[in-house]
Design a protein. Sequence first.
Length: 286
Amino acid sequence: MSHITNPDGSAPTSSSASPLFNARRVRIQHIARAKAEGIPLTMLTAYDALTAPILEAAGVDMLLIGDSLGNVILGHSSTLPVTLEDMERATGAVARSTSRAMIVADLPFGTYEDSPEHAFASATRLMKAGAHAVKLEGGEARAHIISALTDAGIPVCAHLGYTPQSENTLGGPRMQGRGDGADQLRRDSLAVQEAGAFAVVFEMVPAAIATELTRTLSIATIGIGAGPNTDGQVLVWSDMAGYSDWTPSFVRTFGTLGAALHEAASDYVEAVRERTFPGPENYKNA
Ligand code: KIV
C-alpha cells in the first residue's frame, strides 16, 4: 500500500495536501510571495525516502535535510561529525522520493566556512544530489559566502540565533539575541538579506526580536523556538511526530509515533512467539 494515504486508505484531503499557490514545485518566488501575502510557510526536516513523501503529501512546503540528521539518524551527540557524504546520501533519498516540496540541504560543519570556493564546491555536491537550495549557519561573517553562492545560482537560506554547529562557542543550546545580542542579530539578519539569502531560519531567539525582524526584513523568516510571528515554522519531523521521549519545550508533538511503533513491534514479537504470524493469509499452502 502507498504510504501517502489516510489511515482508511483514501487519498489525503486537498486542503492538507494543497501546495503553495498550486506550485508544481515550490520555488523561491513562491516563498517570497507567501511572505508578501502573509501565508504561513511550513518546513519540516526529512532524511529518507520512506518519510519524505508522507511529509510532502501532508502539504509541507519545504523539506529540510537538516544536519540534525547527525543526532536524529546517526546517533551522534551533535551535528559536528556530519559529513558532506552523509548529507548527499540523505538529500538524494529525499529528492528521489518527492516531487513538489522545495528541498533545502544543510551545508555541514567544516564544508563552507573558510572560503567561497570551498562553499561552492560543497554546495554543488548537494545541488547535484537533488537540493534546490542550501542552508548555512552564520550572519555578517558569512555574508561573502552567501553572495558567492547566490551569484553562482545556488539559493541560500541563512540560519541565525542558536546555530548548533557553533554549540561549543555558544555554550550549548541556549537562547540567543537577548540584550546586546539583539543588535548583533539585527546586523546579521540585514547582512544575510543583503547578501542574497532568500530566507532566514531563526532558532531559539526571543519572540519579540523575531517579530520585529519578520516585520522589517523583506525575506521570509522561519522560526524554531522563535515564537508565533515568523513567516513560517520549522521542526525536526520526528520531534513533531512524537517519535522520541524527550523534545525541547518549543516543540509541540502532533502525534505519538514512537508509542505506535513500539506497540506494533511488541505485537509482532508476541505474534511470532505465539506462532499466530504468519497466518494462512500470509503464505500459500503447496
Ligand atoms: O538541522 C536542522 O534540523 C535544522 C533545523 C533545526 C532548523 O537546522
